[in-house]
Design a binder for this molecule. Structure first.
Ligand code: GLU
Length: 303
């Protein structure tokens, strides 16, 4: 089987115990499939990026023996690819410009008695859809992608670990932003374009990204790109039960103790083993991961 996997960190800070789990899982999955493992620095959201964080991430991965099979690519250098994808979507009448501010969207939703939001993100009511009158004479800010409506919006997909998943794209998300009002490319568009451009076949990433998958699969369909296989890994929680994150001050992993770090991340993935060197640990962990694979294919939780 042809296998290309990737780890795609946003350089907003060094890797911590949570992001290491995603990195390790994607590396192990690529190795146990005898595939390629790529590193992509997702630095499109420039205001959130921390200068130098990319170099630290590369150094941390190297210290743990997680070396990519090619030089890393940087999303900040790939604007032409994203523009070409946007042009395709516009030509297919799937993308449209939007003039609404957050306040406009909140007001339009309130007028319709719609108070739902997705993780604080408002569900777009379709105000600027061309059939609803377009920009209404206002200045375009962002570009949005249409999502299917009604029965076609019921999105069913499979996650190797979480099993069968469903999301109503129209009610849970709505037409979503692919180019932001500040001119930056949205994560959803960049990730889909790059996975295809890098010939990625398997996505292994943190469970916090699970509910982005239907949007990304829809975008793949709109752009005529091949489907991918998904596996979302368990999150590491802090003492308050919150997802460990750079924002909440998670400690960078300690590269002077690579075996301890691998051991800890491995445990989150259901891998417990002893080894005297990083190389030995990774070799044994790849075999253990291969043994877990059939369990995952059926959509069972890690042990
Ligand atoms: N850049 C995203 C993050 O750091 C991950 C994107 C992905 O793996 O699809 O959360």
């Amino acid at each position: 089987m042809r296998y290309v996997g990737r780890f795609a960190p946003s350089p907003t800070g060094p890797l911590h115990a949570g992001s290491l789990v995603a990195a390790l899982a994607s590396w192990l999955d690529a190795r146990s499939h005898h595939g390629q493992w790529l590193l992509r620095i997702e630095d499109v959201d420039t205001p959130r990026c921390v200068p130098g964080a990319d170099a630290i991430i590369v150094q941390q991965l190297n210290a743990l023996g997680l070396t990519p099979d090619a030089s890393p690519v940087y999303q900040s250098q790939r604007g032409d690819l994203y523009q070409a994808a946007l042009d395709t979507l516009i030509a297919k009448n799937l993308a449209y410009p939007c003039a609404c501010t957050r306040a406009d969207i909140a007001q339009a939703n309130a007028d319709r008695g719609m108070t739902r939001s997705r993780h604080g993100e408002l569900i777009y009511p379709g105000t600027c859809r061309p059939e609803n009158g377009g920009l209404h004479g206002r200045q375009a800010r962002a570009w949005r992608l249409r999502v299917p409506q009604g029965a076609a919006a019921q999105w069913h997909w499979h996650d190797r670990r979480l099993g069968a998943q469903t999301q109503a794209l129209d009610q849970a998300v709505g037409d979503f932003v692919i180019r932001r009002a500040d001119g930056l490319w949205a994560y959803q568009l960049a990730v889909v374009v790059d996975d295809a451009a890098q010939h990625v076949t398997h996505v292994v990433r943190g469970e916090d990204l699970t509910d982005n998958t239907p949007r990304q699969q829809w975008l793949q369909q709109c752009l005529g790109l091949p489907p991918l296989v998904y596996l979302h890994t368990p999150l590491v929680l802090d003492a308050h039960g919150e997802k460990l994150s750079k924002q909440s001050g998670a400690h960078p992993i300690d590269i002077t103790r690579p075996l301890d770090e691998l051991h800890q991340a491995g445990q989150v993935l259901g891998i417990t083993l002893n080894a005297s060197t990083v190389e030995h640990w990774l070799e044994r962990a790849s075999l253990a991961w291969g043994d877990l694979n059939p369990l995952m294919r059926g959509g069972k939780l890690f042990p």
